[in-house]
Design a binder for this molecule. Structure first.
Ligand code: ZN
Length: 135
């Protein structure tokens, strides 16, 4: 698992990267209105997700690109495939010889580039895949 856009189950300091659990931050905000500030450096603490305007994690992107180049099958699930650089990963995989399958309720700009496009509900479709159904 490579978390390109971070993780919502904890928080980090935007300055020094120190990790914080969410519950104490939430409790301090609810009881005192305290905004989360890093105890080490005074930086802003927010959920460990990548928001628009923040840089993508360099090491995670490098690993994702390496895996995309090396894979046999690239499965895009639940992505509009419009936000780069992550939306470029299926293109890297396809150009490196992988089969590309896109599973998304709506069409995407990469549909014509894919080997298979499934415009269906994700949960229902993946449940059928896991169960071994072929349609
Ligand atoms: Zn800090």
């Amino acid at each position: 698992m490579i978390e390109l856009h971070g993780n919502t189950t904890y928080a980090v300091c935007l300055e020094c990267g120190a990790r914080y659990e969410l519950e104490p931050i939430r409790e301090a905000f609810l009881t005192c209105g305290t905004l989360p500030v890093c105890r080490t450096c005074g930086g802003i603490v927010k959920t460990a997700t990548i928001s628009f305007g923040q840089a993508m994690p360099v090491e995670a992107m490098r690993r994702a690109q390496d895996e995309a180049q090396a894979c046999d099958l690239f499965l895009c699930v639940g992505s509009s495939l419009v936000v780069y650089p992550a939306a470029g990963l299926p293109v890297i995989a396809k150009k490196s010889g992988a089969r590309l399958v896109i599973l998304n309720r709506d069409s995407t700009d990469l549909d014509a580039f894919a080997d298979q496009v499934l415009n269906r509900e994700i949960g229902e479709t993946l449940a059928r895949v896991v169960a071994g159904a072929d349609s």
